[in-house]
Design a protein. Structure first.
Length: 258
């Protein structure tokens, strides 16, 4: 840990500086969640009339879902930074140095976490401006962001690990799309679970994306069901730790092929 922590701090600052030097990316990062919330909120606002929706406002229901979908479509591209480092020779130089492999993975995860927290707060503010009511208050928002960060850690790690294996942007884009789209639609991000077909309800109970959505909505409710929140947060933590460990092992596969 005496090596991992300082290495992680240095590499994280490197990634954050690189993000700050890309104004177009920063603008997209800020605007994309706003567009999603505005478009989906207007397009599906009458869906709450269907059986299964406990919320009277679709904006209340949708806001946590948009946070989670933003996690998927942001952290799913995390491996692009690794591919860029490979193309420029930076990855080989780092791996030939004493830098911790775990620190390289952790720094990418922390960079994604910062991005997700910023996007999540923007979505909350836009939701409030559109009339959303979050009875869970600040505590509920914090729990939602914690759940989102755990999910981002898992998906960013998987993206990084796959980048080390496939090494091309096209292959990583295909993998990310193949993973994120089905998982988002097999969850209650946009539609209440009770309004979905039975087989989707069954699949969603094993879907970490749905765990994040459910934990977030419960935390933002007036009377949170903590028995539904803590087990899902625990499950997300285990998934994130497993993903980080597996992705770190992918460095070995990359080095063996050099």
């Amino acid at each position: 840990m005496t090596t991992v922590l300082p290495h992680s701090a240095y590499l994280t600052s490197r990634l954050l500086r690189a993000t700050g030097r890309q104004p177009a990316f920063v603008v997209i990062m800020l605007i994309q969640p706003m567009i999603w919330l505005l478009l989906f909120g207007q397009l599906f606002k009458r869906v709450v009339e269907l059986p299964g929706f406990a919320s009277g406002s679709y904006i209340d229901f949708l806001t946590p879902g948009v946070v989670v979908m933003t996690v998927l479509f942001t952290s799913g591209w995390a491996g692009m930074a690794f591919i860029d480092d490979m193309a420029r020779g930076v990855m080989d130089r780092m791996l030939s140095s004493p830098v911790s492999r775990m620190a390289m993975m952790i720094s990418s995860v922390v960079n994604q976490a910062v991005t997700i927290v910023v996007q999540g707060l923007i979505i909350v503010v836009i939701g409030l401006l559109l009339g959303a009511s979050f009875s869970g208050g600040v505590v509920g928002v914090v729990i939602m962001l914690v759940a989102a960060v755990l999910l981002a850690a898992a998906f960013a790690s998987l993206s990084n690990g796959m980048a080390l294996i496939v090494r091309t942007q096209e292959s990583l884009i295909g993998f990310s799309t193949m993973l994120t789209l089905p998982l988002s639609f097999l969850s209650s991000a946009m539609m209440a679970r009770e309004a979905a077909p039975g087989w989707i309800q069954t699949v969603s109970s094993y879907n970490p994306v749905d765990w994040t959505v459910v934990a977030s909505r419960e935390a933002l409710a007036a009377n949170p069901d903590w028995s539904a929140i803590w087990p899902r947060l625990g499950g997300l933590l285990l998934v994130a730790l497993a993903a980080v460990w597996l992705a770190t092992r992918a460095f070995r596969s990359y080095q063996r092929s050099q």
